[in-house]
Design a protein around this ligand. Structure first.
Ligand code: LLP
Length: 418
């Protein structure tokens, strides 16, 4: 459920016509709905409420905009961060450091130090090497870093290869078979407080069974660790719930997910932790764009829009589907290829798609662009970065300025020897 809907023949975000945002802010522009973010946050919280007092950490990578993070903070979420930059954003949005979890395979020394100095809630260690390095840094500061060991359960999440993270040959976590020995060695280090285990097998999961298998393996690991006297008080189950991108997509609901987790984790006697991203933010954002022109094609016409693969990379990177809807739908339909202006064929949002009829100057949206949208933008073809807007009822605010190509050029230098 989201708050982008037709009213009097045109598409609104909550009570604001998207055409008004396009006129005042320009296109392309990402538009987020505060009510949708809040709704998704609450549905997720309610689905997990029977699990006691779970720790909810919004995966900042899905949408790191400060206003989005502030909404999540007000909903009682902490953050899952994967870099010093994301950590700084979570803190700037008002999330207490103690509510922040630091994941990622390549945390650098300065990032570990920043995390220690901030007093982070938990470091999710992805290797024994990382744990050893963190222990030295923590001990030198006279602290013990709260840590979980991320394990790779060797489960195929059944999602796109590029966003699968729990297969044996993926780079994430330590092999689950080696986890007991590694956990024991790390628990003996002076700078670490080994308190739990973590798993995350992938993103955009449409089926709960791979998650269930991974969680069962985690349960067995917890028992193995406890059997030799190791402490386990926390279990981080990651994120990964998929969202519908097109009509007919059927995804497990947060309630079904919560029920599965309750069943599998019964008796674990730990504080459960979660890192949802897409399921909160995905349907809470659209990319608003304008049709530049419609060009005849050999088969279907090309609808050339002013948004491109640099603004929304998912179709080019993963072949992802994003619904394309006219802001003022006519009653005509057309079959078209939807493309951006960038000079490579990969800049294609859809081929042979049946859409509402559009012509030059019309506004349209790519749906479900609130997660992994603006955050994955680049400035390829010197196009700059698009603005981001948040709507709240009948008002909106620009929550990220458009960054113009000339502002990027201003940071470049031609050396005087050239
Ligand atoms: N926790 C960890 C450790 C993760 O690596 C991720 C996502 C999440 C949580 C959040 O997962 P979610 O609930 O959003 O599925 N750019 C790709 C998605 C990459 C996801 C990477 N990790 C896309 O556009 O589909």
């Amino acid at each position: 459920m989201d708050h982008f809907h037709l009213r009097d023949g045109e598409l609104y975000a909550e009570d604001v016509p998207l055409a008004r945002i396009a006129a005042e802010v320009g296109t392309p522009v990402y538009v987020y709905s505060r009510a949708t973010l809040e709704r998704h946050a609450r549905v997720f919280k309610e689905a997990l409420a029977p699990l006691g007092d779970p720790h909810l950490a919004f995966a900042v990578k899905a949408n790191p905009n400060l206003a989005v993070l502030r909404v999540m903070q007000r909903e009682g979420f902490g953050a899952d961060v994967v870099s010093g930059g994301e950590l700084a954003r979570a803190l700037a949005a008002g999330m207490p450091a103690s509510e922040v979890v630091f994941s990622g395979v390549g945390k650098q020394e300065y990032e570990l130090i920043r995390g220690l100095d901030a007093g982070l809630g938990q470091f999710n260690l992805e290797s024994e090497e990382e744990g050893t390095e963190l222990s030295v840094l923590a001990a030198a500061r006279g602290v013990r870093a709260p840590c979980a060991l991320r394990v790779n359960p060797d489960v195929d999440a059944g999602t796109h290869d590029k966003i699968s993270t729990g297969k044996a040959d993926n780079k994430f976590g330590v092999p689950i078979g080696e986890a007991p020995a590694i956990y024991a060695r790390l628990a003996a280090l002076p700078g670490l407080d080994m308190r739990g285990v973590a798993v995350h097998i992938g993103s955009q999961l449409s089926d709960l069974s791979p998650l269930e298998r991974a969680f069962e393996k985690l349960g067995t690991l917890i028992a193995t660790l406890r059997a030799v006297g190791l402490k386990v008080t926390h279990a981080d189950l990651g994120g990964g719930l998929g969202v519908p991108y097109k009509a007919g997509d059927v995804m497990p609901s947060p309630a079904e997910y919560g029920a599965m987790v309750a069943r599998v984790t019964a008796g674990w006697d730990v504080r459960l932790m979660f890192e949802p991203g897409r399921v909160i933010a995905g349907n809470a954002g659209v990319l608003l764009t304008k049709v530049v022109r419609v060009k005849r094609g050999i088969r279907d016409p090309f609808v050339i829009v002013d948004a491109a693969m640099n603004d929304l990379a998912r179709p080019a990177l993963y072949g992802s589907w994003h619904d394309f809807e006219a802001v003022r739908p006519s009653n005509k339909r057309m079959t078209a290829n939807i493309v951006g202006p960038i000079c490579e064929t990969g800049d294609t949002f859809a081929m042979g798609r049946n859409i509402e009829g559009v012509e030059a100057g019309d506004l349209a949206v790519f749906r479900t662009a609130g997660a992994y949208g603006a955050t994955m933008a680049s400035s390829y073809n010197s196009r700059g970065f698009v603005a981001e807007v948040m709507v709240d009822g009948d008002k909106y605010a620009i929550v990220a300025d458009r960054i113009l190509p000339e502002e990027i050029t201003a940071a470049e230098r031609v050396p005087d020897w050239l």
